[in-house]
Design a protein around this ligand. Structure first.
Ligand SMILES: Cc1cc2nc3c(=O)[nH]c(=O)nc-3n(C[C@H](O)[C@H](O)[C@H](O)COP(=O)(O)O)c2cc1C
Length: 156
């Protein structure tokens, strides 16, 4: 059986809820990654906008004792910030690209109805290899947990 790790960054717990649902469904481990900054509330939102525009994320790390070598596949979840997969997720991919298993999947959450598939796929440039799957999930007015489980059923 494939050993899978679900990684997520989440400012307001939507991506967290999705990744937890997927991890429960497929029997994966789960861990949070962060740059350690408190981005809650209005000022956190403004800080996230600035970080996105300036692309200034340092020191992203995975919480807990996680050894990426133990996993056959990783699903990386992140929200969209300012029309792009969030800079913290991109920083994670860049930092850990050489430690990622052969199968890496991207899952990106967003409020708007337009998907971000082109920009999600472009993160392959940070991963330095083709990702195994990409998923863009609308969180507003959508049963996003159900859609996420359906997606989880398609990954190989
Ligand atoms: C700083 C910031 C910028 C955002 N920009 C967009 C955007 O450009 N397009 C969009 O559809 N949603 C945007 N969103 C909404 C989030 O992507 C969406 O609510 C996401 O599901 C939140 O995930 P989270 O609860 O895990 O943080 C933005 C949210 C934040 C905080």
């Amino acid at each position: 059986m494939m050993k899978t790790l679900c990684l997520y960054y989440s400012r307001t717990n939507t991506t967290k809820d999705i990744m937890e649902a997927i991890a429960n469904h497929i029997g994966a481990d789960i861990a949070e990654y962060t740059d350690g900054k408190d981005r809650s509330g209005f000022f956190g939102y403004i800080g996230a906008c600035f970080a996105s525009v300036n692309n200034t994320i340092n020191n992203v790390y995975i919480k807990g004792e996680i050894d990426l070598d133990e996993y056959d596949r990783v699903i990386i979840g992140m929200p969209v910030w300012v029309e792009c997969p969030c800079v913290i997720g991109k920083a994670l991919i860049k930092k850990y690209c050489d430690k990622m298993p052969s199968k890496v999947y991207f899952l990106v959450t967003h409020m708007g109805k337009n998907d971000y598939m082109t920009k999600i796929k472009a993160m392959d440039n940070l991963l330095l290899k083709p990702s195994s799957g990409q998923f863009s999930i609308k969180t507003k007015d959508n049963d996003y947990i159900k859609e996420s489980i359906e997606y989880a059923n398609t990954i190989d």
